[in-house]
Design a protein. Structure first.
Length: 363
């Protein structure tokens, strides 16, 4: 009897195993009506950035990630800390790992064409930020490139500096700049040269970073050493073409007891806003684009590419001026829209089918 029961149980197990092997695989996820096929079905996006892990970078990543996840995409972020070799390797790995789309931030002109051509050749969709893609007069027309309106950013900040002129004399400036070869700063430099040529500003010193793992500390030490050369009243303004450098200069001014000097910059973070609000702060203004919004817009453009829709070859995000006097005690990056009209808001490239995806996947 035991032998019969054993044989019956064995037969049941065999039949069960055979049945399991012949079961149909789960049905594929049902398509969402009114949404292009190209943005459905487990889309994977890599966002790769060649800057330090600062507040601006965090907010850029958060904007791209939150918008992508609201579309149902899986979004991975990678940072290269201004290491060009590491950056190119991260991009090459992303191309090999089968991502459907890439958002690439701060690639240099001397290697970006070769770095991104394999992605285009594989049919991967790409959107870049602050990246120049050109080699021997050729670019990659399949890629949409985005920038902050760097010319406007420079005009706004330098306009604030020239307004400090006394009796029409050029304003004496210590310039914080990193380049050439950094696309956004090169664009800002174009406007700086115009202000110099128009005799609105006089450049006393040019200081740039060499330690990209600690830009603030590096610039603080360099500015502190330079300030010893200039007695009170001989420097009007320090201009930070990038706020990460401006924060280092602010520390040097405080440590050297040189708050007789004004500070005006480009770009913004929560740390900047806190320093602008400090008692006795001479950080008067900064011109900026919301970094969170940059990530959002880049993700929308990439989604449109995946959907097979037309996108512009280039797109500049609008710049705003943030003044010290506008800030409230609780003003932070999330509340800047309360004091700066239109901050962080844009309906650019926000298609109806994106709203449909958000209604399904948005948190």
């Amino acid at each position: 009897m035991k032998k019969v029961i054993f044989l019956l149980l064995s037969l049941v197990l065999v039949l069960s195993a055979c049945g399991a092997g012949t079961q149909e695989s789960p049905a594929t996820e049902e398509k969402i009506s009114g949404v292009p096929d190209g943005v459905q079905g487990g889309i994977k996006i890599a966002v790769v950035r060649n800057l330090p892990s600062d507040d601006h970078t965090k907010q850029f990543f958060d904007g791209a990630r939150s918008e992508g996840e609201s579309f149902g995409f899986k979004v991975d972020t990678f940072i290269a800390d201004n290491d060009d070799a590491k950056f190119q390797e991260l991009v090459a790995q992303a191309i090999q790992k089968g991502y459907d789309g890439l958002i690439i931030s701060h690639g240099k002109k001397d290697y970006s064409y070769e770095m991104l051509k394999p992605a285009v050749d594989k049919g991967i969709k790409v959107v870049t930020f602050d990246t120049v893609i050109e080699k021997d007069g050729k670019d990659l027309p399949e890629i949409t490139t985005t920038f902050q309106d760097d010319f406007k950013l420079a005009s706004l900040s330098l306009g604030e500096i020239s307004a400090l002129s006394k009796d029409g004399q050029p304003v004496k400036v210590i310039k914080l700049w990193w380049g050439p070869g950094v696309p956004p700063l090169d664009r800002r430099e174009t406007i700086y040269k115009e202000f110099e040529q128009d005799n609105k500003i006089e450049t006393l010193e040019v200081i740039g970073p060499t330690n990209f793992q600690d830009v603030q500390g590096d610039i603080s030490a360099k500015v502190g050493a330079i300030l010893a050369k200039y007695p009170a009243g001989t420097v009007d303004v320090i201009w930070g073409s990038w706020d990460e450098m401006a924060k280092g200069a602010y520390k040097a001014m405080k440590d050297s007891n040189r708050m007789d000097i004004k500070l005006i910059s480009i770009d913004v973070s929560n740390q900047d806003l806190n320093l602008m609000r400090e008692e006795g702060s001479t950080w008067l203004s900064t011109a900026a684009v919301d970094p969170h919004l940059i990530g959002v817009i880049d993700m929308r453009l990439l989604a449109k590419e995946l959907a097979g829709e037309e996108t512009p070859k280039t797109y500049d995000l609008e710049a705003s001026l943030i003044k010290q006097g506008q800030l409230k005690p609780d003003t932070n990056m999330l509340k800047l829209n309360e004091v700066v009209e239109g901050w962080g808001q844009s309906d650019a490239f926000n298609e109806e089918w994106m709203k449909t995806l958000r209604s399904k996947f948005g948190k």
